[in-house]
Design a protein around this ligand. Structure first.
Ligand SMILES: Nc1ncnc2c1ncn2[C@@H]1O[C@H](COP(=O)(O)OP(=O)(O)OP(=O)(O)O)[C@@H](O)[C@H]1O
Ligand SMILES: [Mg+2]
Length: 607
């Protein structure tokens, strides 16, 4: 039998390599932006058409390339950034593999225009599927401009796999934001279908974060500043009240490179313990500066995974620096029904001398103890955390993906015997503050938050309808109208079936959204908020359809639970009886507690 192994032709090898680096239009944007920064560009523009499916253009005023270098730049493993393996451990540039341009040109049509300061004329090259089809002189100013068209023209499976324009553009915007946040000193522009999305002038870090998050975020930022022999950390965390349930405002950077890390994310979460409900995710923009020889960037082709030699120590430093700042800026737990019952200190206790609290100290514990790998920390993690990639030797891309898709753990169900509340039980109850239903019970006093109980009832009812059939809807007398951009209109029409399942019926008239029917339970006051919410989620965010339903139904349930008039005992009883049937009756859809018992012992301590 003859030999069967043969070398793949270069163009096929390039296409396969491209699959790892270029997964969607956003990956092209990331690679081109990084090249522009490595080339010393100060003004960098990204122009996108049809979410990158028609055109991705990135232009910079960096060094440009010589005619010979521009020919080489599209060859695999051609790079000006490293010369030896040692350089890998002292990387100052974002690129080093020499793969990005080769990969992009293997699966798209490119026009590359570039000129150096010292050259009179630049070069304009057209490349199709890795082949140079034309190469001519170009008159222009110093810098580089790359147009990428017909992405995945020769990989139909990839092209078909692309999501809607709104989702793909959302990914592009995310990559752009990460790069812009890494370099506040540079000027960045992003446009989509000729509409200006960002024009970020050179500034400091705070202004750049505010430029991305919006002006109202300025007073929500808590500065973090820490410098140790191992690492320096600076940046911001967001105050707990602006934490969201969806991910999106979590950014780690190391030596000017964005990265994802579920282990360090866990450290930030821990620093917020007691300040946030378990379902909320703290927002952060944290910049690490570390000796480049102490990290390994060459772990994954997209370079968003980084190996830290002293991960365990960094975890502790991060935790303590955030806790310190939260303390310094007086970020105290919010007073809430969820918190331990907070009563006024009885008068006679106020006059007693203050006793110094006792603290137990573990003399063996050293938070800065160096360990060669974070693997040694695995014993600190619960099985649930381990399954999400925490505490394993090194979280992999799969761990990260799993971490992103898993929901936070649900709080333990509290076992309460509610059947004791018969007619007699109701007779003994009373309503406090037009909100709380109070019952005496064997253990002490049971307190039910009627507002949250009503939210639970409405939420369950709407979700049940959403899952089995469309949510019931009512035709409105006067339709609600809202002018939308073309992008937003596409998002509404592309998602018509989801929106109708949610109980909204609509049509589009001259770029105006017209809502004719609205879901059961909804109050007029929140309809425009719901429209804005859905527009934002469908056109600009990439959250799951189920999550959209959850948030929408949650706002409807919240608005329907505002008690405008005094609530009667009879009404309270109806809410109680419906709520009692809920499978998740201990928590409101927002994750907040609905019922709690003030134990007799606690009462005795208070008197
Ligand atoms: N905008 C640009 N301005 C100047 N030179 C550029 C630009 N883009 C690419 N180059 C040159 O082309 C080379 C190849 O770029 P490419 O992105 O393929 O590889 P890289 O950046 O070296 O490594 P990586 O694959 O990790 O990104 C670069 O090393 C650089 O010399
Ligand atoms: Mg590169």
């Amino acid at each position: 039998m003859s030999d069967i192994i043969h070398l793949l032709p270069e163009h096929i090898a390039n296409q396969i390599a491209a699959g790892e680096v270029i997964q969607r239009p956003a990956s092209v944007v990331k690679e081109l932006l990084e090249n522009s920064i490595d080339a010393g560009g100060k003004n960098i523009e990204v122009h996108i058409k049809d979410a990158g499916k028609t055109l991705i253009q990135v232009l910079d005023d960096g060094t440009g390339m010589s005619p010979k270098d521009s020919m080489l730049s599209i060859k695999r493993h051609a790079t000006s950034k490293i010369k030896s393996v040692d350089d890998l451990f002292s990387l100052q540039t974002k690129g080093f593999r020499g793969e990005a341009l080769a990969s992009i040109s293997a699966i798209a049509h490119l026009v590359l225009k570039t000129k150096r300061e010292i050259d009179d004329l630049g070069v304009k090259m057209t490349i199709e599927g890795g082949e140079v089809v034309s190469n001519e002189e170009y008159i222009g100013i110093k810098g580089t401009c790359i147009d990428v068209k017909n992405l995945f023209f020769n990989v139909p499976a990839r092209r078909n796999f692309l999501k809607s324009d709104s989702v793909e553009f959302k990914h592009i915007q995310e990559e752009f934001e990460r790069v812009a946040l890494t370099h506040p000193d540079l000027h960045f522009v992003l446009s989509h279908n000729s509409k200006n999305i960002y024009d970020l002038q050179p500034s400091n870090l705070r202004k750049r974060v505010v430029g991305i998050l919006g002006a109202s975020s300025n007073d929500k930022l808590v500065p973090i500043e820490e410098s140790t022999d191992i690492i320096s950390i600076n940046g911001f965390v967001l105050k707990p009240e602006s934490a969201r349930k969806t991910r999106g405002e979590q950014y780690f950077f190391v030596n000017n490179r964005f990265f994802k890390d579920s282990y360090f994310h866990h450290s930030v979460n821990k620093a917020f313990e007691g300040l946030l409900s378990p379902k909320h995710i703290p927002g952060y923009f944290l910049y690490f500066t570390i000796d480049p020889s102490k990290i390994d960037v060459n772990v994954h082709p997209t370079k968003t995974e980084i190996k830290f030699e002293e991960g365990r120590s960094i975890y502790s430093i991060l935790l303590s620096s955030i806790r310190q700042s939260l303390g310094k800026y007086n970020i105290a737990p919010l007073l809430d029904f969820d918190q331990e019952t907070a009563f006024e200190i009885p008068h006679d206790l106020k006059n007693q001398p203050v006793v110094e609290p006792h603290i137990k100290v573990d003399p063996e514990y050293n938070p800065f103890k160096t360990s060669s790998s974070r693997g040694s920390s695995s014993k600190d993690f619960t099985p649930a955390m381990k399954s999400q990639g925490f505490g394993t030797a090194m979280p992999t891309q799969d761990d990260w993906d799993a971490f992103y898709s898993n929901n936070p753990e649900q709080p333990q169900e509290q076992q309460l015997d509610l059947d004791v509340f018969d007619d007699e039980g109701f007779k003994n109850s009373f309503i406090l503050n037009n909100r709380y239903m109070i019952f005496p019970c064997n253990e002490g006093i049971m307190m039910l938050d009627l507002k949250r109980a009503k939210q639970r009832v409405v939420y369950d009812d709407l979700m049940k309808m959403f899952i089995s059939s469309p949510i019931n809807s009512q035709e409105v007398l006067f339709p609600y109208e809202k002018k939308l951009s073309s992008n937003e209109i596409t998002a509404w029409t592309e998602n018509r079936s989801l929106i109708e399942r949610l109980g909204f019926r609509f049509e589009i008239n001259n770029e105006t959204l017209v809502i004719n029917s609205t879901p059961d339970y909804i109050f007029d006051e929140i309809i425009y908020d719901c429209i804005d919410f859905m527009t934002e989620q469908l056109a600009y965010k990439d959250i799951d359809k189920g999550e959209i339903a959850h948030f929408l139904v949650m706002s409807i349930s919240k608005s329907s639970s505002v008690f405008i008039n005094e609530i009667s005992k009879k009404q309270a009883e109806v809410i109680f009886l419906n709520w009692k049937e809920s499978e998740e009756r201990n928590y409101a859809p927002s994750g907040k507690k609905i019922i709690n018992i003030l134990q007799t012992e606690e009462i005795s301590k208070l008197i």
